[in-house]
Design a protein around this ligand. Structure first.
Ligand SMILES: *Cc1c(COP(=O)(O)O)cnc(C)c1O
Length: 457
């Protein structure tokens, strides 16, 4: 008999989590203004708000933290990280930042100006925020099939190369760089193929433009290339990662994702000139160029995390867990963005709650229902996140209303996945009785979803 699959690690330290009653949760979510970001963590049983900074570090990472060098300038921890970035990702220059959006802030301060247009696949919310804050435009040229949650495509995160060619032919003068987000978070944690990365490079070269990879989940992307793209089955994840970044001029990184640390980020680049342009902004916003808002011990943990995060056995364990949850939902007939993405399951709220008017935020309504059902915290990827149009101030209603269930790395077991699946099934079974959603009582002018206050519509 073939042996079943099992995790490539064992557990050395645990943290207690607590179930609650439905009555308690009803009170808590009301106090939280129906915004799951406002809940206290001990009001949550299984926390799928994000996979960002919520993973479990390894014994080797904790060990590395103990020998962190906290020198202001030139710390050995900085050089450990510099070596890891050079060896694993292939970039000669880098600077640490406190997290991914800080990397965007520094790089975009140097490269983006008013009126610029930045085409690519789907921009992550902070990326778009940093672009629109500078009165520039984020142009989403993801392949159309990405918005059909039931259609299969092995690389649903791809940039549509025909659209990109056409866009560049007409608008190249306004484009400071092309951006590719790997994996495509907004489209459901969907990977981008190596072929697509190569084609983006070709189009960029034609117009003499640089390419930025927003790289939060680059290792999960590399795993999918190995599993799904012809010609890569016998390459190691590390070899694939090297080839991926050979097509980029610079990368921004949220280390809280695939580098398995709780905080941190960086920008890496091939050009010393770009490094110089960024250094002033880094010193102004983040910290000196050899620590950029990170403690030495955190840079050490990050160097080890980059190595562990690009190991096949780790990635297989992780992505198979996400797939396991997807398969349980499929058994129950619950619609989600398929195939399952790298870091999360994106449940299709338009299909589950068509009776709730879209103006009443279907995905947020579903998120609140799942919390009430079992204390599980997901996050809305829908109209709240899409914000208002910066010019007309009208609500933007994206094609997809998704409830994202992000799985923290090395944190929960498949028993937890079973609880999530059954809780969602219970909500799914009573979907026809859910006829109204939520209304906004207060919102911030930009990136409103983090702090929005809602009430029952
Ligand atoms: C998380 C993320 C960011 C922002 O990183 P933070 O560390 O949260 O600031 C940028 N892009 C993508 C694709 C992300 O997933």
């Amino acid at each position: 008999m073939e042996l079943p699959f099992a995790e490539s690690y064992k557990i050395k330290m645990v943290e207690t989590i607590r179930r609650s009653t439905r009555t308690e949760r009803e009170e808590w979510i009301k106090t939280a203004k129906y915004n799951l970001f406002n809940l206290k963590s001990d009001q949550v049983f299984i926390d799928l708000l994000t996979d960002s900074g919520t993973g479990a570090m390894s014994d080797k990472q904790w060990g590395a933290m103990m020998v962190g060098d906290e020198s202001y300038a030139g710390a050995s921890s900085y050089y450990n990280l510099k070596n890891a970035i050079k060896n694993i990702l292939g970039f000669d220059y880098f600077m640490p930042t406190h997290q991914g959006r800080a990397a965007e802030n520094v790089l975009f301060s140097a490269l983006v100006k008013e009126g610029d247009c930045i085409p690519g696949n789907s921009h992550f919310d902070t990326t778009k925020g940093h672009i629109e804050f500078r009165k520039a435009h984020a142009v989403d040229l993801t392949i159309d099939i990405a918005s059909d949650t039931e259609a299969y495509h092995p690389f649903k995160g791809n940039v549509d190369i025909d659209k990109l060619e056409k866009y560049m032919a007409e608008n190249a003068a306004k484009v400071p760089f092309i951006i590719v987000t790997v994996t495509n978070n907004t489209a459901g944690g969907q990977p981008v193929s190596m072929e697509c990365l190569r084609e983006v490079r070709r189009v960029a070269d034609k117009h003499n433009k640089p390419v930025l990879f927003d790289s939060a989940r680059f290792a999960e992307n590399a795993y999918f290339i190995k599993i799904r793209e012809k010609g890569y089955e016998n390459k190691t994840v590390k070899e694939i990662v090297k080839e991926m970044f050979s097509y980029a001029d610079f990368m921004t990184m949220s280390s809280k994702k695939d580098a398995i640390v709780n905080i941190g980020g960086f920008i890496a680049m091939k050009s010393q000139e770009v490094w110089r342009q960024c250094s002033t902004y880094n010193i102004m916003f983040e910290g000196f160029v050899t620590y950029g808002g990170m403690a030495g011990r955190d840079m050490n943990a990050l160097s080890v995390g980059l190595d562990e995060g690009t190991e096949f056995e780790y990635l297989e364990t992780r992505i198979k867990q996400v797939e396991y949850l997807g398969n349980r939902l499929k058994e129950f007939g619950i619609p989600f963005q398929s195939p399952a993405g790298g870091h999360a399951i994106f449940v299709d709220a338009n299909k589950i709650l068509p009776n709730v008017p879209k103006e009443q935020f279907r995905a947020q309504t579903l998120a609140v229902e799942l919390y009430l059902e079992a204390g599980i915290r997901g996050v809305e990827i829908g109209a709240l996140l899409a914000d208002r149009d910066p010019e007309t101030r009208e609500n933007r209603f994206p094609k997809l209303e998704l409830l994202r269930l992000a799985i923290p790395r090395r944190t929960y077991t498949n028993n937890h996945m079973d609880v999530i699946a059954v809780a969602l099934k219970n909500v799914f079974d009573r979907r026809d009785s859910i006829k109204s959603g939520l209304k906004i009582m207060w919102e911030a002018p930009i990136m409103r979803h983090f702090t929005v206050e809602l009430d029952k519509a």
